[in-house]
Design a protein around this ligand. Structure first.
Ligand SMILES: Cc1cc2nc3c(=O)[nH]c(=O)nc-3n(C[C@H](O)[C@H](O)[C@H](O)COP(=O)(O)O)c2cc1C
Length: 427
């Protein structure tokens, strides 16, 4: 299958980070066109394209923009969510490092459509180099007069600020991000009200993922119908997947939505490392349920097919595991991440995340018993759906799905622990 390169067409050119090279390859043409359009027309075009948010939830971008109230007398803010901390996800990094002007142009288009004159790129604390490259590109754009006042003589003013987080996963959650940006602890807010109505400093705010924004220049240059003719009916366009794990060619790949998972592994990912057998795949970052190899036939990389298979496209963090993977260990690794990253605001999450890690750790280290399995069931039931933000729902996903899909590995650990306890008693 031939995949259109909407986001990654130019990432292989070393000079693409320079404004002049970006422009020579067609950059900053879409914004020139957009600034001659009515903002409502731009929103309508994005809606018609079917573009859905690439940060994880897959919410239609144009529809979200439509929730922003007009004429409230308050400023409207645009936030580019480049926090990218979901385990297995490293796609936004590629855009910032290799095509940062594409991200800027995407922000400019969204800002114009929304009536925002201030935009912030909130970049994950650990992303020193991407932040450096994004800041460098923003500086170039200011120097050339493409940011600031009266952009391209249109009367439109836009300032872009590059801000680095302090390295907390929860600051990728949009209201945690807003709190962090306001100088508070990165702890999510209760929704509603949604940020589109009450966001940064109480003003209407749109939070969009970096990849979502980077798709806008192509959509506005080529038209909604060109974009929605790619992919499937409900999952339009292309999507970046960051592929990692036991494959021959880890990396970031842009594929048309609707592409078969097995083709993706065998073609783009180069097949299994050491030609070992495929055991399991996480399609969209650690917060989505794992799929066994025997569940992958016929599943395609789009929102609907993944959901039908019992998982999600999520952030596109595609993690491949081969037959040598110890699923209890892999699960423990993920639970350790969640217990480390719980922001501590909600009791079920703060306490439960550590409990889950401890119990899975006990099973892994040979001290588990069969009652631990029902204890996990009990604890996870009290976390999911009982927290302010979806972190609580996400943290139970690895343990629930790994146990559901690979119960024999958990049971074996527990059984061998029992055997060794009985053995010790006899001694
Ligand atoms: C715990 C948690 C972490 C998140 N991390 C990110 C992130 O790093 N980047 C991102 O774009 N969205 C992240 N999200 C989703 C955002 O809250 C939000 O839905 C997204 O930025 C909206 O942009 P989009 O509509 O373009 O996808 C996270 C959500 C949760 C619950």
């Amino acid at each position: 299958m031939k995949h259109l390169k909407i986001l990654t067409a130019n990432v292989h050119h070393d000079d693409q980070i320079e404004l002049d090279a970006y422009e020579r390859r067609g950059g900053y043409q879409a914004i020139r066109k957009v600034l001659k359009m009515d903002p409502a027309e731009v929103t309508a075009e994005v809606k018609a394209s079917g573009l859905r948010g690439r940060g994880g939830a897959g919410f239609p971008t144009g529809v979200k923009w439509g929730f922003v109230p007009k004429n409230t007398g308050k400023p409207i803010y645009l936030l580019n969510n480049a926090d990218e901390s979901e385990p297995g996800t490293f796609k936004d990094r590629l855009l910032m490092e290799r095509d940062p002007h594409l991200v800027i142009e995407g922000m400019m288009i969204a800002a114009w459509a929304l009536g925002a004159n201030w935009c912030c790129a909130y970049i994950r604390g650990e992303y020193s180099f991407p932040a450096l490259m994004q800041q460098r590109a923003v500086d170039q754009a200011y120097e050339k007069g493409y940011l600031g006042k009266n952009i391209f003589g249109s009367g439109f003013d836009l300032d872009i600020v590059v801000h680095r987080g302090a390295g907390a996963y929860i600051c990728g959650e949009e209201t945690g991000l807003i709190e962090s940006l306001e100088g508070n602890k990165g702890q999510p807010r209760i929704k509603p009200p949604f940020p589109a109505v009450v966001g940064l400093y109480g003003c209407p705010t749109v939070v969009n993922n970096t990849e979502t924004l980077a798709a806008l220049p192509w959509i506005m240059l080529n038209g909604a119908s060109s974009y929605n003719s790619i992919g499937t009916e409900k999952s339009t366009g292309t999507k970046l997947f960051s592929a990692s794990g036991h494959i021959k060619k880890p990396g970031v790949y842009e594929v048309n939505m609707g592409y078969p998972i097995l083709d993706f592994i065998n073609n783009e990912c180069g097949g299994m490392r050491g030609d070992k057998a495929l055991k399991a795949v996480i399609t969209g970052g650690s917060s989505v349920p794992v799929l066994r190899a025997d569940e992958l036939e016929g599943v395609t990389l789009d929102y609907e097919s993944c959901m039908e298979a019992g998982t999600f496209v999520g952030s596109g963090g595609f993690i491949v595991m081969d037959e040598t993977t110890d699923m209890v260990e892999a699960c423990l690794n993920l639970q350790h991440f969640y217990s480390h990253e719980s922001c501590g605001q909600c009791t079920p999450c703060r306490e439960g995340a550590h409990w889950v890690e401890k119990i899975v750790g006990r099973i892994y280290h040979g001290g588990g018993s069969s009652s631990d399995l029902s204890l996990i069931g009990d604890v996870t039931k009290q976390i999911a759906g009982h927290t302010i933000c979806p972190f609580g729902d996400a943290l139970v996903v690895p343990v629930q799905s790994f146990y559901k899909k690979f119960p024999e590995e958990f049971n074996e650990r527990i059984d061998s622990a029992l055997v060794s306890q009985i053995g010790n008693t006899h001694v």
